[in-house]
Ligand binder design. Sequence first.
Ligand SMILES: [Zn+2]
Length: 459
Amino acid sequence: MSTHALRSTPIPGLVDAYTGIPFNLGFHIRHYMLDVDYSVGPNRLGASAEIRCVNYRPLSTLTLDLADSMSVRSVKAHASGACAIRVAKFKHSNHKLRVSFAEEIPEDTEFYLSIRYQGNPSPISSPWGAIGWEELSNGSLVASQPCGARTWFPCDDTPDEKATYDIRITTDAQYTAVATGVLKSYQRKGRRGVWHFHSASPMASYLAAIHVGEYKHVVLDGASVPIHAYLPPSCEAGFRTEFADQAAMLNLYERLFGPYPFPTYTVVITEDELEIPLEAQGLSTFGANHACGDKKYERLIAHELSHQWFGNSLGLAQWDDIWLNEGFACYSEWLWFEHSAGIPAETSAFEHYQGLVAKPKDLLLANPGPVDMFDDRVYKRGALTVHALRCLLGDAAFFRMLQRYVASGRHSVVEPVDVKREVRRVCVEENIDCEEFEALWACWVQQRELPPFPRRSDR
Ligand SMILES: [Zn+2]
């Protein structure tokens, strides 16, 4: 799908207020072909990236994000048409790769950058902890949210710039490599294995991931798409108990939100323990501690799956709107327990409302700021906002609104205005006073005080 909208065009000179990364302006990346050779023991990565770009203004230079732990060996360019493009020089510093061209590239040219690089990948420290490529005790993982993709490939590391991907990984044959996308091929070449994954749906850079480990492959049945799991063999029994409802969750979310957005869903359980699980596109990562089989993590298993709709298919135009990911994912947890355990979402909502009452009321959902971006209040107040909408609209109109929102933003980026548009539409259809909705939105999203707990209307 190539018609996804990219609506947020940042103003030149501006830096992403959340990640602090200066924007890479003047072009869009349409496709990444990443050829990654990784050796686990020395944690050594050698790679080439072929990046297909289109420029929306004449370019004599451009920048990409690439961590300083990588060293760039060469940068070449060529155009797909008659236009000849030559790289005059490149410079790599401060996590930026700056490429200067010998002649200015005319506007609307499709061209390719071929970049060869290598290094010992390591995570970047950030206000949200270490992010990006991380060495494990026996393998590696990628957990990039919000801006760690640059630790392992040159990219435009902003959530609104989605592209399609091919990721090829060569590693020691005793290891299994798993990446975002659909596995297209595996070849054994002597002591090395070569894995090729393809993502046909556009993906934000922070959602691209590679995992390497001594994993067993398990397939779970019962859903409309294959559910793959890659896990340490010692975790299998615990995994099968802990993730027993994974297919049922996917089925529920399809019924409530619309079709699962990707061809497969993959769960990776790392041999190491992880503090928190994390979503990638079509894939979620959990630690061995999340697959012990004591059913403690059902909530998180539901949460990560729901990100395939909220966050991955429906991406963010800017990090300010993080509650569109986390609020809807948190509400999805409550919907799962409503379905599976008969616990009304209202009960979950009330419990967490009480939690918010006890916390500082200085967070603005519409723009929580980088420090509070992953604060629990964003998740819970975001979910309560969704619950307030359900109370206002009634179940039938609420789920109709939700399905339209999901369908209209599929494989694209969304902003709060997209939710508002769909809510207003059902308000008109149901004869609900739009003013009531505007007041709800203002007090939950645009003000800091905690509004009264939302109660169901008689609709
Ligand atoms: Zn989440």
